[in-house]
Design a protein around this ligand. Sequence first.
Ligand SMILES: Cc1ncc(COP(=O)(O)O)c(C=O)c1O
Ligand SMILES: N[C@@H](CCCC[NH3+])C(=O)O
Length: 439
Amino acid sequence: MNSQIEPEQINDQGHLTIGGVDSLELAAKYQTPLVVYDVAAIRHQIRAFKKVFAKNQVAAEVSYASKAFSAIAIYQVVAQEDGHIDVVSGGELTTAIKAHFPMEKVSFHGNNKSKEELELAVQNGVGMIIIDNFHEIDLLGEVLDEQDATATVSLRITPGIAAHTNEYIQTGQVDSKFGFDLESGQADRALEEVLANPRLKVVGLHAHIGSQIFEVVGFEGVAKKLVDVAEHWHEEFGFQTRVLNVGGGFGIRYVQEDQPLPPEEFVDAIIKAVKKEVAKKGLSMPAIWIEPGRSIVGPAGYSLYTVGSRKDLPGYQPFVTVDGGMGDNIRPALYQAAYETVYAKDPRQKPEETVRIAGKYCESGDILARDQALPKTKPGDLLVMLDTGAYGYAMASNYNRNPRPAVVFVENGHAQLVIQRESWADTCRLDLPLASEDK
Ligand SMILES: Cc1ncc(COP(=O)(O)O)c(C=O)c1O
Ligand SMILES: N[C@@H](CCCC[NH3+])C(=O)O
């Protein structure tokens, strides 16, 4: 059986269960393709992060990076767990507002926030705006003048650390599009500009080196770099860094070969690195904020697909085609991301063949997974792809005018629809026909 499945996830009928609910029942009730989250796993990970900070007696916040999966229901869960969130667009912020998420616990990110987005953030009293660039300093200044308001801000710096991960998901290297560069003096200039505006209450520093990272060394490096900057800003500008935000990026296991550290160990290493550097420099200890996305929702998510057609060609791995694909999970096509799949009716059944799981989109690259060892499936069988909770539904599209799937939260044996399935009609709901020519 797939080693990511716990024995207690198999019920008396031998079926895969998620959060205590039979996956076949979920598919029958909500149809496929379907995204299912085990809410207990989400809560468990947020609590585990918080516990590491508590154990180390450090002031901290766990800010869920909601680009990994944004929905009213996930913001409600994070609020119940007393967590923070980060948002990166007016859409994510609006979703959080609709969830009645406490706005003082929201950080607003983005490398090109529009004036309208900044207005929305200021009007709603967003707790932290993470300033990314000089244009934003001016734009936010304008918005604050117009609204006669102030904002708590941090500055995002580019730490010059290239994380060991896919280059498309690196963000901390020197030529990253995000944040203020250190070496050229941009970051110092940004701090001076921010300090000169009494409407901007600057409290800290932010850096994020990338995503799906397996080693602590990059995080230790970023912790050291941020404390170096804090020391320099203290000496040069008398600025006291109160919040040191090291971003997210803790890697998860998608396939057997992935061997990440438990997410909490990354955090433990970060705390130790910050403490050591702060003590060495005689600075006062800042609060440490982290922004994990993938590690909170990734392993909690499952994609349910129904098998349809298949194609066999001698000498090639067969294609088993499912009713979803790159429209509900672009990651395999975009990053060659790998996943594991199980046969829901009997995850313990011995594999009989190794197949490619193809999606239904008109793209040769729409292969959800390769080298999947499975029993011989037939049309109508249910396959469940594991660990799809991060950047799956969040990056979903209507390509080929396929509707996006429904999303269900499952907890304590109870399932609840949290995002409705789109219909075919929904895929053209924003279209307007050409004005009649014979008017
Ligand atoms: C600024 C920032 N914070 C947090 C995250 C979350 O990263 P992850 O989902 O890998 O934890 C990202 C995404 O890479 C990010 O850009
Ligand atoms: N979307 C990426 C992660 C990038 C996160 C944004 N900074 C992924 O699926 O791995």
